[in-house]
Design a binder for this molecule. Sequence first.
Ligand SMILES: [Zn+2]
Length: 66
Amino acid sequence: MSEDDVTVPVVCPACDTETEVALSQLETTIARHNDNRHDGEAIAEVDPAIKDHIAELVADDLELLG
Ligand SMILES: [Zn+2]
């Protein structure tokens, strides 16, 4: 399984949306959404239910998961 093929759900409670985003686009997509819709506030995020699992997948690339 390639990391490029993995998609993860990104949820935005403020917009009431859930979007499947490719892992390679994850940080860009979340940052863009929050910049465009929420003045840079970190509202959209990886679905908390799977955050721990994603953290394992992308242990080297965790800045946005904090
Ligand atoms: Zn939003």
